[in-house]
Design a protein around this ligand. Structure first.
Ligand SMILES: [Zn+2]
Length: 532
């Protein structure tokens, strides 16, 4: 055997024998291998999108800087963009290509109130006291989707493959505020598959019923009669009394609700000052259950209680649906195809710094045995045998209209508190960037499955028609007239946007946002940060 020949054999054997270092991209060939390489070549873009959205720190329904930045990027890359879909000003629908399959990629973009936090440091330090921040990690999913879409678009153009790519945002997901409205307005009619991405702590997908709940988010507004609190209180009818009576009644009723329900409220208006009998007051409820029927039942109970409270206080009541989320059910054939790609992509190669930072955050949040970042895939999660209660996501409403899956990608750290500043700490660091690159590879290769396979789209539709919706029909919690709650968070963003603008990431001057902020990642001890 000559040297050349043995070298050739060695090269053929190399990817198999080289082990975990190269495991990331092994197992793909043809167009998928190309798509993965293309995603890798866009690591810089991935980081810029993630860091930019992190710095915008926008709350639900007010994601206007996010919208401007992302839709300009999409238009520059040949996508047609429609702004303000479904009557939601900060939303958009970006599409490219023609014909089938129509693949729609979605991910949320909104932040969390009061979650402002310096990234890359392992201690509490708000960037702006009291400001919103990405304390969930919704600044990363659009990067996953856009990078995947650009990689696949390039291949489809060159290979002349038919198909349409759509990119859309989950606006105000933290308010469960838009996806049911998108569905109501028919945006998903004609879409063959929705690949949804959500930040996670591992790389994984599920099918069938997902853990968690669905919900109705509803605000009750009571109307009474003002009077002098001391001069002639007998002339007054207190709307706040109605709110309090309603809450007391609901809290008694809890004992007799199914234990998997979750419900919570805030008093969104409790009156103005004590010596004026409140003529208007309101309370905002989330009513969660693991089944759609359970939600409907508990919502009917809440309605009865609200009417009872109005009767007791001699006030009147109206209600407004603020958000809705159907319990989630994900598509089996697409999830199985995606899981194959997940196994080929594997988890990112975390650096020592990444692991050290993750463990420092876990320790900060009370862990005595910090595990760091995931180094083993969690595997596919099948249909739940028994429901498990927990949070909700309005992707449920999409998943009952079109075959849908949610990919979780490892851009955040496990063991932190949800909806909390700690969950923002890693979201503009290499952990977030690497996790999103891995996610983009999975989305890109699964898009190619949908484009190239002769059977996958049909299988996905059969599962949707013959299994998922065989005995259960989608009956949305919103009516044909309920408007989206687009004024929410307007006041908070009006207060903080001018302060946040000074901190927007400028990729033309700084390689990363950490560099712009003068952070020496991973910064474990509090030292004075010198902003660059
Ligand atoms: Zn979320």
């Amino acid at each position: 055997m000559n040297i050349q020949k043995s070298l050739a054999i060695l090269l053929i054997l190399l990817p198999i024998s080289i082990g975990p270092l190269q495991a990331q991209n092994s197992g793909f060939d043809g167009l998928k291998a190309e798509a993965v390489a293309s995603v890798d070549s866009m690591q810089k873009l991935t980081q810029e999108i993630i860091d930019s959205l992190f710095s915008f720190s926008e709350l639900g329904f007010q994601e206007f800087e996010t919208q401007r930045y992302l839709t300009e990027l999409l238009q520059d890359n040949g996508f047609d963009v429609e702004l303000g879909i479904a009557g939601i000003p900060s939303a958009w629908w970006a599409s490219w290509g023609s014909g089938e399959p129509v693949i729609a990629l979605g991910s949320d973009v909104d932040g969390i109130p009061r979650a402002s936090q310096m990234p890359g440091v392992a201690y509490r330090q708000p960037m702006i006291e009291g400001a919103p921040g990405h304390g969930e990690g919704h600044n990363s999913g659009q990067a996953v989707n856009i990078v995947a879409a650009l990689a696949v678009k390039e291949i489809m153009e060159r290979e002349n493959l038919p198909g349409t790519i759509v990119l859309w945002p989950g606006i105000a997901e933290e308010l469960l505020g838009t996806k049911a409205w998108y569905a109501r307005d028919g945006l998903f009619e004609g879409v063959d598959a929705v690949l949804f991405t959500h930040v996670g702590r591992n790389l994984g997908v599920s099918w069938g019923r997902a853990r968690g709940t669905g919900l109705v988010s509803v605000e009750y507004l009571f109307d009474g009669e003002a009077a002098h609190g001391a001069g002639d209180p007998w002339e007054g009818r207190s709307a706040l009394d109605a709110v309090e009576l309603m809450n007391i009644a609901w809290n008694f009723r809890r004992e007799h609700l199914h234990p998997l329900q979750r419900s919570h409220y805030v008093i969104s208006n409790g009156g103005d000052q004590p010596n004026v009998v409140p003529s208007s007051a309101s309370v905002w409820y989330f009513i969660r259950e693991v089944t759609a029927d359970g939600i409907r039942q508990n919502f009917a109970t809440l309605q009865q209680i609200a009417e009872g409270a109005a009767l007791m206080s001699d006030t009147s009541v109206t209600r407004r649906i603020v958000g809705a989320a159907y319990p989630r059910h994900f598509n089996r054939p697409i999830a199985l195809a995606m899981d194959q790609n997940i196994q080929n992509v594997g988890l990112p190669q975390w650096s020592e710094d990444d692991q050290q930072f993750a463990k420092a955050l876990q320790t900060l949040m009370g862990s005595e045995d910090p595990q760091g970042l995931a180094t083993e895939l969690s595997g596919i999660t099948p249909d739940l045998e028994e429901p498990i209660s927990g949070g909700s996501d309005d992707i449920g409403d999409v998943a009952w209209n079109v075959p849908t899956i949610t990919l979780r990608y490892p851009s955040n750290v496990s063991g932190l508190q949800g909806h909390h500043w700690s969950s923002a700490m890693a979201m503009a660091t290499p952990i977030a960037h690497k996790g999103a690159v891995a996610g983009a590879k999975v989305i890109a290769t699964t898009m190619l499955d949908l484009v190239q396979s002769d059977t996958l789209v049909d299988e996905a539709h059969s599962y949707f028609d013959d299994v998922q919706t065989a005995d259960e029909e989608y009956q949305p919690f919103i009516g044909p007239e309920d408007p989206p709650a687009i004024e929410k968070n307007e006041d908070i963003m009006a207060e903080f946007r001018p302060l946040l603008q000074d901190l927007y990431y400028d990729p033309s001057r700084y390689d990363t946002y950490l560099e712009q902020l003068g952070i020496d990642y991973p910064q474990l001890e509090a030292t004075e940060i010198r902003r660059n």
